[in-house]
Write a protein that binds this ligand. Structure first.
Ligand code: SAM
Length: 332
């Protein structure tokens, strides 16, 4: 759904293919010619690469593929009119607006999964925050056993930043019977997390009843509040809600609060380092662009933030499921 909206926007409203018809361009030059900010450009261009319409040449410039060439009106025959059948669809027009403006023009009730500054946040509204948190709880519950066994075994402290339902923490504590943990999130979200914890602890799994005594649900603002020290930090589906400059700030804050020898773990869906796919993630990136202030990032982008924050990024790429994976960085 998001791929087709991006494609129609690119052909009929932003003229991406026409801009590239005469010569290849660097990402930055194409972005400037189209008048796009970094975030929409980095949602759109990787998606068009993943769809096989653009490709990077040896000079790392974007150029049209044969398919991309067919999407220009100057090609004869061409597919441009055909792709444009839904060019006036309201969802397409809204996507164009958001690409041009780097997000919706008006957000009177705030942005999903975002609490920033003094403005309104759906995460502080009891009903909306409940439904947004529960919307992710099933995914967390499904992936948590896999993540828990790929994270290190430890008897120290895990900080699950913006932990939502908390399932990643509960499952990790079950696998690490001496460990303790903090789930930090907004107060309304933690009301739901407490219910999930109660359900988890009442399951008949051995040791599940010990988990509530080892976990603290800590209300706070990860952007401004002092963070508790930890041996391990888990940032699951977190960075992808935020623009690049906030990701840099968060990486620095997490690095500061890790104990020496500690590890920052990111669980997310990653773009290829070449920024040309995979399509499942470029589509997810468009969805994140639509709903949040973020997008999908490549592992290379994360590793750059980690290094800038004084951490040592490892080269391991660990898969989990649902197009997700883990990367980590170490605090010397
Ligand atoms: C996409 S959810 C991820 C939840 C969980 N980690 C998971 O993977 O299921 C992002 C979370 O960030 C939280 N969040 C957003 N802004 C925050 C802030 N400033 N401080 C603390 N948590 C915040 C939201 O409330 C939400 O629970």
């Amino acid at each position: 759904m998001y791929s087709s909206r991006l494609l129609i926007a690119a052909v009929h409203h932003l003229y991406v293919f026409e801009e590239l018809a005469t010569s290849p361009l660097s990402i930055e030059d194409l972005q400037t010619r189209l008048g796009l900010k970094e975030r929409p450009a980095m949602v759109l261009f990787p998606a068009l690469c993943a769809m096989g319409m653009l490709a990077f040449n040896r000079a790392n410039q974007l150029q049209l593929t044969d398919l991309g060439t067919c999407l220009t009106y100057r090609a004869n025959p061409n597919l441009a009119a055909y792709v444009g059948l839904e060019k006036s669809d309201p969802a397409v027009l809204e996507m164009v607006e958001r690409l041009k403006n780097d997000g919706p023009l008006k957000t009177p009730t705030g942005i999903a999964y975002i609490k920033e500054g003094e403005g309104p946040s759906p995460m502080d509204d009891p009903e909306t925050s409940r439904s947004l948190t529960l919307a992710l709880a099933g995914r967390a519950q499904l992936l948590a056993p896999i993540v828990a066994h790929k994270l290190p075994r430890h008897n120290g402290h895990l900080l699950d930043i913006a932990g939502g339902s908390g399932f990643f923490t509960y499952e990790w504590l079950l696998a690490n019977p001496e460990a303790t943990a903090t789930v930090l999130d907004r107060p309304q979200v933690l009301t739901v997390a407490a219910e999930c914890l109660d359900t988890f602890s009442r399951s008949n799994r051995s040791g599940a009843d010990t988990v509530p005594g080892r976990v603290t649900l800590l209300p706070g603002d990860m952007l401004t509040d002092e963070l508790p020290e930890a041996n391990l930090i888990l940032a699951a589906s977190l960075f992808h809600d935020w623009p690049t400059e906030t990701c840099r700030l968060l990486a620095q804050r997490f690095a500061n609060t890790l104990k020496p020898g500690g590890e920052l773990w990111v669980h997310d869906a990653f773009l290829n380092d070449a920024l040309d796919g995979p399509q499942a993630v470029t589509d997810y990136s468009a969805q994140l662009f639509w709903v949040t202030k973020g997008r999908a990032y490549s592992r290379r982008e994360y590793r750059q933030w980690f290094t800038e924050a004084g951490l040592v990024a490892t080269t391991e790429n660990i898969s989990t499921q649902l197009d997700y994976g883990l990367i980590r960085a170490l605090k010397p």
